[in-house]
Write a protein that binds this ligand. Structure first.
Ligand code: FAD
Length: 324
């Protein structure tokens, strides 16, 4: 049997859980479809030192566990599954998971934008222990250290230059001999004496899983196949992000890069809101995601309230009887 909700939230990162806290406290009894990464991207990192309220920082998974408990405390329901399909062509909207069909008056999409990774075992094992996908978040931990940045686009070179504020040496590793990045960014990086480049090379392995921290890296030159070993303290993977929006192709307006187009937190479909990284190509931080999650919950609440107050008298009577 279908589940009937006033508000459904897709995603359980900082945007989704903040939306849930606000909506639950407004008595909307929200349902959160958590997705397969319950807690979102902060669950793959260790220290989070820039989320306000934690003087000594907090571990990413712990922060997300606390957010979930806070949302549960006010009556949020959770389903641990992905949304497989949505029908946003008319209200109420339909969301389908592998086991459930949810009929919902409003929807908040918080499915995030996943950092693209290299896909090697050592990268996953050492994520948060010297491997990072976010220079803004983790640069501070690499004061006077040697780090590599992997990538050849604007983001990689921006991150490399940013990291020179902390690290004593930043080496950009790129698999081609030319950069995709704009000429201005390439020049800025080249003019920075702390930035070095290794081109035509890919990461073979990040060391050292047995020590539980990054101590070095093995590179392979793709033209000569020569393997070289380098001692480093950290590595930033900066090869882009993929917004999780496949589900909404043809249903919501998306940017060229696949992010949801929003005005504030309103999408192209009235009643569907989007919050967090899925609609934010620029900031992509936990606190900005939380902020927009709050805004989306308030917008959904106001929409539902305005519709209830404009409902025909007969409908209100029927609803009252059903509730009573
Ligand atoms: C390694 C790393 C370290 C970071 N460190 C910091 C830091 O120190 N400070 C900071 O502010 N930011 C940090 N960030 C960035 C931060 O994690 C993100 O900005 C934040 O998590 C965005 O929150 P979100 O809710 O928008 O999306 P996400 O956290 O990405 O959550 C997306 C959610 O959507 C769900 N989902 C996806 N597809 C579906 C679907 N089809 N159906 C249902 N659910 C779905 C997923 O399961 C997940 O729960 C870091 C990021 C990374 C990768």
């Amino acid at each position: 049997m279908a589940i009937r909700k006033k508000l459904t939230i897709l995603g359980s990162g900082s945007a989704g859980l903040t939306a849930a806290i606000y909506a639950a406290r407004a008595n909307l009894e929200p349902l959160v479809i958590q997705g397969l990464q319950a807690g979102g991207q902060l669950t793959i990192t260790t220290d989070v030192e820039n989320f306000p309220g934690f003087t000594d920082g907090i571990q990413g998974p712990q922060l997300m566990e606390q957010m979930q408990k806070q949302a549960e405390r006010f009556g949020t329901q959770f389903i641990y599954d992905n949304a497989d399909s949505v029908d946003l062509s008319k209200r109420p909207f339909i969301v389908r998971t592998s086991h459930e069909e949810i009929i919902t008056d409003t929807l908040i999409v918080c499915t995030g934008a996943s950092a693209k990774l290299l896909g090697i075992e050592s990268e996953t094992k050492l994520m948060g222990h010297g491997v990072s996908a976010c220079a803004t978040c983790d640069g501070f931990f690499f004061k006077d250290k040697e780090v590599f940045v992997v990538g050849g686009g604007d983001t990689a070179l921006e991150e490399a230059v940013f990291l020179t504020r902390f690290a004593k040496q930043v080496t950009v590793v790129h698999r081609r001999d030319a950069f995709r990045a704009s000429a201005i960014m390439v020049n800025r990086a080249k003019q920075n004496s702390k930035v070095k480049f290794i081109l035509d090379s890919v990461i073979e392995e990040i060391e050292d899983i047995s020590k539980g921290e990054v101590t070095g890296v093995k590179l392979r030159n793709i033209k000569t196949n020569q393997i070289t070993q380098h001692k480093i303290d950290g590595i930033f993977i900066a090869i882009g992000h993929k917004p999780n929006t496949d589900l909404f192709q043809g249903q919501l307006e998306l940017t060229e890069t696949g992010y949801i187009v929003t005005q504030g937190v309103k999408t192209s479909v009235p009643g569907v809101f989007a919050a967090g990284d899925v609609q934010d190509e620029l900031y992509r931080q936990a606190i900005t995601a939380a902020g927009s999650g709050c805004a989306a919950a308030l917008e959904a609440q106001w929409l539902l309230e305005s519709e209830e107050s404009h409902a025909p008298a007969d409908k209100k009577k029927v609803e009252k009887q059903v509730v009573g």
